[in-house]
Structure formats: structure tokens, C-alpha cells
Write a protein that binds this ligand. Structure first.
Ligand code: DHB
Length: 310
């Protein structure tokens, strides 16, 4: 039994795509719905269509991935129409709609647009896109984050979560958790890619992606310990009403298990989904189920947040 709940929503299992992977088009979104994932999140939207950065802009690497997509997306209306069209289908679980404006004004405009509809899923405000040249990540600016959340909650009354970048200093977790605890957030999603890594191929003496001279967000095995640290550090600091989606470095069922041990309510898969396609969710749910059987756990709650210290 992999059932999990987040805020007031229930899902058959805790697995879903990480935003940005296999979620740009209605065809890809339909493939996720047809897979063994518990639900999905749409590609982070801006108000209007964006072409994104020049290609190549995503590369799989032996230990993960590097990307600098630059927010290519079909525009908010496309994704909003998709989730609204699905929510009358009783077979479809609650869906996540991600937005990532290039300014606070654009974020607020999109939230206002969603607020006007009868969308009854979860909205994710992405404060951590590292890939738009000249636009620093909001969530590394604590004052800007607080201002953004003040304004967001003054106009938006549906369930809202935030996508956060990785933090690396315990003082950053203290400051950020203090800010987040002031708001009625449904959840946080941690972590986005580890921003602005640089992969260098020594044979060709060349970087792996074209935008920004090769700098890009890292995913995959490179980032699992950083992801687990962020999930656990926030679980230790956030109000229990704020759920946590753990994202980063999941390659197999044991990695999903580790995220839940660290305190994750749901777990997202990016790089491994990009490598394997939506069939990855069949393998991951099976591996997680097998591991729970071996360990004699019946439900996710039996071990969630219960990582042992020495
Ligand atoms: C993109 C990358 C991100 O990590 C993100 O959160 C949003 C957008 C991108 O490059 O498209």
C-alpha cells in the first residue's frame, strides 16, 4: 500500500515527475497520466509562450544531467486548460500546476488568473529557476521571497506550494523555514536542480550545453545527498501542516525510500524520467514495494521521517 496524502489530497502512490521533465505537451502529460505515477506536475509556465534557450540545452551525463532550458513552455493558458479539462475525470488524480514568472508581477498575474478559475488541484510557485540569463533565483533572496509570499497569499486562496532551490548552510535553513512558517503553504518542493554546475568533457575539451557558456542546473546522482539534506532540514524546521515533496537524485526504489525516511510526503523524478521515460514509474513503485515488504513496512507512514542518527 503506497497511498499517500498531501494537504487535503490523496494519491495512490507518492511518485510523480519533476517539473520540466516529460511535461511540456498534452501528449507528454497524457503519457504520465497513463503511467504508474501517482500524479503529475506541468512544465513551469510563464504568461506567454517561450522558446527557451538555444540547443543543446539538456544533456544526460554518467552521474546525472545538466540543463539550461530557459523556461521554454506553451504559456499558462495551455497548462491551465489541460488541468481544468482533466479535473472532471474521476479516474484522474489531483494535478499540480507550476508557474514561474520572470518577475513578481508576472507571478502575481498568473496566480490571479488561476484564482479566477475553478481549478481544484495544487498550484506550485517556482521560486528557483536558475537558467534565465540576468534573472537571479528569487529563493536565494530572503527578503524578496517574503515579499513574494506576502503578495501571493493576499490574492491567492487555493492550495499553494513553492519550489525551492538547494540550500547549503544550516543558517539558510533556519532563515528560510522561519519565513515559510508564516504562511499557510500546502507544501514545499525541495530541491530544484543544483544551479550552475559546469560539465567539461576532457577528450573534446568542451562543455556539455550551449546556453550560458555551459553553466547549467545539475540533476541525478550528483545531487541525491543535497536533496536528502534539504528535505530533512526542512522537515525538522517546518510546521507539520506544511508537507514536503522530495525531489532530486532518485534512480531506484531505495532512493525513493531514503527521501521518505528524510521526511518527504511525495517524491519527484527528473533525470531518471528523462533517461527511461514514464515506464520508470512502474520500476520505482515495484522496487519501493519490494523494499517495504523486505523491511516489513505496510505503509509509508511506518517509516516517513524516521531516519536514524548515530
Ligand atoms: C527551468 C529550469 C528550472 O530548474 C526551473 O525551475 C524552471 C525552468 C528552465 O531552464 O526551463
Amino acid at each position: 500500500n503506497l497511498t499517500t496524502s498531501l494537504h487535503n489530497y490523496t494519491f495512490q502512490n507518492p511518485l510523480m515527475n519533476a517539473s520540466g521533465v516529460h511535461c511540456y505537451t498534452t501528449e507528454q502529460l497524457d503519457e504520465l497520466l497513463a503511467s504508474d505515477a501517482g500524479t503529475l506536475v506541468t512544465k513551469s509556465a510563464t504568461t506567454e509562450y517561450r522558446q527557451g534557450n538555444p540547443e543543446p540545452r539538456y544533456r544526460n551525463l554518467a552521474l546525472g544531467s545538466i540543463n539550461s532550458m530557459g523556461l521554454p513552455n506553451e504559456g499558462l493558458k495551455y497548462y491551465l486548460d489541460y488541468v481544468l479539462g482533466k479535473q472532471t475525470d474521476a479516474q484522474v488524480p489531483p494535478l499540480f500546476l507550476s508557474v514561474a514568472g520572470l518577475s513578481m508581477a508576472e507571478d502575481l498575474e498568473m496566480l490571479a488568473q488561476i484564482e479566477k478559475t475553478d481549478f481544484n488541484g495544487l498550484t506550485e510557485l517556482n521560486l528557483s529557476c536558475p537558467n534565465v540569463p540576468g534573472k537571479p533565483q528569487v529563493a536565494y533572496d530572503f527578503e524578496a521571497t517574503e515579499k513574494m509570499l506576502d503578495e501571493a497569499f493576499s490574492i491567492f486562496h487555493k492550495p499553494l506550494g513553492v519550489k525551492l532551490p538547494p540550500y547549503f548552510d544550516l543558517a539558510q535553513f533556519d532563515i528560510m523555514a522561519n519565513i515559510l512558517n508564516k504562511y499557510p503553504l500546502a507544501y514545499i518542493n525541495t530541491i530544484n536542480s543544483v544551479g550552475n554546475g559546469l560539465y567539461i568533457d576532457v577528450d573534446s575539451e568542451t562543455v556539455a550545453i550551449k546556453p550560458k557558456g555551459g553553466f547549467g542546473g545539475l540533476g541525478g546522482a550528483y545531487i541525491l545527498p543535497t536533496a536528502l539534506a534539504n528535505v530533512h532540514a526542512f522537515r525538522q524546521r517546518l510546521n507539520p501542516e506544511i508537507a514536503i515533496i522530495g525531489t532530486g537524485g532518485v534512480q531506484n526504489g531505495a532512493d525513493v525510500f531514503a527521501h521518505i525516511l528524510a521526511g518527504a510526503d511525495m517524491v519527484q523524478v527528473g533525470t531518471q524520467l528523462a533517461k527511461d521515460g514514464p515506464a520508470v514509474f512502474t520500476r520505482l513503485t515495484q522496487e519501493l514495494t519490494n523494499l517495504m515488504t523486505e523491511k516489513n513496512y505496510q505503509t509509508l507512514a511506518d517509516f516517513r521521517g524516521k531516519v536514524k542518527t548515530l
